[in-house]
Design a protein. Structure first.
Length: 315
């Protein structure tokens, strides 16, 4: 399986996927220098390395493309084409360029002099490749062009999930007038200009921590704090709070889910005192889904109730 999106610590620096040929030691050295330039400018940089297996493609190339904000394309000169004075470019880099185009990444392209212009996918993209004569020119060219076009390192095309601070709030239920301790998940939009649309919070799985027994339920949307709407819009750089659940003061051994359904057949209360691992997921129509694995505990009093993030499932 590929990397679990929810279990990784998401860098809040924009990632640049560097796609360039690495046939020779000189090309690999230049790729490393370009990555160093980008890191000094504040970006996270990933240099695409040729993978020989489908698993390597899935876990490294594809995943890093999917989680990048920018795509740097370098077309090195290869063999001379038959009956032409021009050469072909790097085939593997063109394949990565096709994937970057599908993912709608911002593309900055460089093409070595002598490569056939508008070859392959370059014919269909408005990439306006910047020419260069020798690979050693690339680091300085990249630095000046990135600054000129205004690439920014201080954002991600991602939602960040974290426990709220403070972690809970005590409030009275409007309908029952019963006091409960409410726990919320803070969902932050890390994009600098794009709002997260139609955000929905759900429970993906529940496991009893002691017995490792899955708890059955029927999926239904969780509520957003301060809202009666099914979906939430999160403006760029701002956050909304999704309900993780609540513990009634009068029944502190019980953990209840706050959903848009009044029927407990969907998300029945968890009867304790006990501990559970609950995986929450937040989806959006224009952002990758993010998950949050929580350890939830109830006890003899409301002070025993606690939620903390866990990095991976227990054994």
């Amino acid at each position: 399986m590929g990397p679990s999106r929810g279990s990784l610590k998401v860098s809040e620096k924009a990632k640049v996927f560097i796609s360039c040929g690495q046939r020779s030691p000189d090309e690999r050295k230049v790729a490393g220098h370009v990555a160093q330039v980008l890191r000094r400018l504040g970006f996270e940089a990933y240099v695409a390395i040729g993978e020989q297996t489908l698993k390597g493609l899935r876990e490294n190339i594809f995943w890093n493309l999917e989680t990048s904000e920018y795509f740097l394309f370098v077309d090195f000169k290869r063999e001379q084409l038959d009956n032409l004075s021009e050469c072909r470019g790097s085939l593997f880099s063109h394949q990565e360029l096709a994937l970057a185009s599908y993912l709608d990444l911002d593309v900055l392209a460089f093409q070595q002099l002598g490569v056939k212009k508008e070859d392959g996918l370059m014919r269909f993209l408005q990439a306006n490749a910047i020419p260069f004569a020798h690979p050693d020119e690339l680091p300085d060219l990249v630095k000046s062009r990135v600054k000129e076009i205004g690439w920014r390192p201080d954002w991600k095309n991602s939602l960040r999930l974290e426990l709220c601070e403070p972690p809970f709030a005590d409030a009275r239920n409007v309908g029952t007038r019963e006091w409960s301790r409410y726990f919320h998940l803070q969902v932050t939009n890390l994009h600098y200009r794009k709002p997260a649309l139609m955000c929905s919070a759900l429970v993906r799985s529940i496991v009893d921590r002691a017995s490792r027994t899955p708890v059955e339920f029927r999926m239904v949307e969780l509520q957003w704090a301060g809202s009666s709407q099914l979906f939430a819009v999160i403006p760029p750089g701002l956050a909304r709070q999704a309900s993780l659940g609540s513990v009634p003061h009068a029944r502190p051994e019980v953990f209840e889910f706050n959903t848009f359904s009044t029927s407990t057949q969907y998300m029945p209360p968890l009867e304790g005192p006990a501990e559970w691992e609950i995986e929450y997921v937040v989806t959006s129509v224009n952002f990758p889904p993010q998950s949050f694995l929580a350890a939830v505990k109830t006890g003899a009093s409301k002070e025993d109730a606690a939620i903390e993030r866990v990095s991976k499932r227990g054994l």
